[in-house]
Design a protein around this ligand. Structure first.
Ligand SMILES: Cc1ncc(COP(=O)(O)O)c(C=O)c1O
Length: 429
């Protein structure tokens, strides 16, 4: 296959006509496929079925607590230990509460905004227009959460080593209204990159460098153990580095078992220093008398000593889906040189960049052929992708066969949109 830009006008017109015919055929198949859902498939959820009866009527935690009762706002010690393993910090730094890290992120940002996390005067709403940095493309729910609290989001370029730290440091250094940064440090949503040691080290020093005295690194380690290859890739330990840099009070880390056990019935974790945890505990205490410790105990009983084995079982189920995505992109788009994409070694997503101006067009063409894609722009604050080029592919929920068919439609749409654009551009020249 010739590169698209190297095709003669005649070749390009033939190529486009062929693709249009293929798209008509695809439409005739009347499929209904979906690559939007970043959630575990049923066979992944089934891996955790033995958890249901694991307690066998024994509701005592290691310290004798009857987990069926109220209390223990910070969570069971053994559940906090599990959170510490996931987030790479000390168990005393962890609170295990609720079934969702996103809830704990909301609690943290809302508390930082309205009350301050450090039991003093420092609250973000002292400033008229507090801002958070958003490495893009990024996780849409971080953006929705932030926007809902009227905190402005500022785009930062994402590299394959993590956020562009030169840009980040320049933004925080002189502007005290920049209050923090969202990070998904391992298998980032959606690019799948892992922050390099240098990025993590610079992130640990960032609160010291920032003009704001209430700066926060929001470290959402949602995919800490979600490896597709073993031995797993490692991430530098932010909390330890922040401790060494004297910035640990300005780091809050998040994790959960949503994509380890049950996405709707897992455990949420937040980790921070004692000062910050005390503040968060006070706030939790205003609306909770304690978390679901039965769920905590059964998670610990199920996952203790077998977390890696369990994650390897997930990987066996989902790696073929990621391989199908990669194969279609490489074989169909590679030779044409019309797109860039990521090949993550873990996590839940693949990020695809079309030629500028084509993401919306590709999604519309795909919808005509029965394939739903995450709405273009969703990976950017305010739903605005300035280049209209990023598409997030979420292959885990569909079957391997459906992923393969969906990818054939997707690459067809990328090729057609690219050919149309190339022709239009040549006509204008
Ligand atoms: C980066 C990231 N953080 C958090 C979540 C949601 O986590 P939880 O289920 O713990 O609220 C997701 C889910 O897709 C995610 O991709």
């Amino acid at each position: 296959m010739t590169k698209l830009t190297d095709m003669t006008l005649e070749q390009l017109e033939d190529f486009k006509a062929g693709l249009e015919a293929d798209l008509e055929l695809a439409k005739g198949n009347r499929v209904k496929l979906d690559l939007t859902r970043g959630k575990p498939a049923a066979d992944q959820l089934d891996l955790s079925a033995p958890m249901d009866h694991i307690l066998s009527g024994d509701y005592r935690a290691a310290d004798g607590t009857d987990v069926r009762n109220y209390g223990g706002l910070r969570g069971l010690p053994e559940a906090r230990q599990l959170g510490a393993e996931l987030m790479d910090c000390a168990p005393e730094q962890v609170v295990c509460w609720g079934n969702s890290s996103l809830t704990l992120m909301y609690l943290t940002v809302d508390t930082a905004l309205r009350f301050g996390l450090w039991q003093g005067e420092r609250a973000w709403n002292r400033h008229a227009a507090p801002k958070l940095l958003a490495p893009v493309p990024g996780y849409d729910r971080h953006f929705t959460l932030t926007e809902s609290l009227d905190i402005e989001l500022v785009n930062v370029t994402m590299t394959d080593q993590g956020p562009d730290m030169d840009q980040v440091e320049a933004l925080v250094r002189d502007d005290a209204s920049v209050k923090g940064i969202w990070c998904v440090p391992k298998y980032s949503n959606p690019t799948g990159c892992i922050y390099s040691d240098e990025v993590v080290e610079r992130m640990a020093r960032l609160p010291e460098l920032a003009a704001a005295d209430d700066f926060l690194v929001l470290w959402d380690n949602a995919y800490a153990v979600h490896d597709l290859e073993f031995p797993p890739a490692r991430l530098a330990p932010l909390m330890t580095l922040a401790g060494e840099a004297g910035t640990a009070d300005h780091v809050v880390m998040f994790g959960s078992t949503s994509k380890i056990t049950y996405a709707g019935a897992g455990l949420g974790f937040v980790a921070a220093t004692e000062t910050v945890l005390t503040t968060l505990e006070q706030r939790l205490g205003t609306f909770s008398i304690g978390p679901d410790k039965v769920n905590q105990l059964r998670h610990v009983a199920f996952l203790a000593d077998r977390l890696e084995e369990h994650m390897a079982a997930h990987a066996r189920l989902i790696k073929p889906k990621f391989d199908a995505v990669e194969a279609a992109l490489r074989e169909e788009l590679g030779p044409l040189d019309v797109a860039r994409w990521t090949t993550p070694k873990g996590g839940y997503f693949v990020s695809l960049d079309t030629r500028p101006g084509l993401a919306g067009k590709v999604a519309a063409l795909a919808a005509e052929a029965g394939l739903s894609l995450t709405p273009p722009g969703a990976t950017f604050p305010y739903g605005r992708d300035p280049d209209d080029r990023n598409l997030r592919i979420a292959p885990t929920f569909a079957s391997v066969d459906d992923v393969a068919v969906a990818m054939q439609i997707l690459v067809l749409c990328v090729k057609l949109a690219s050919a149309e654009q190339e022709l239009e551009q040549r006509q204008k020249r």
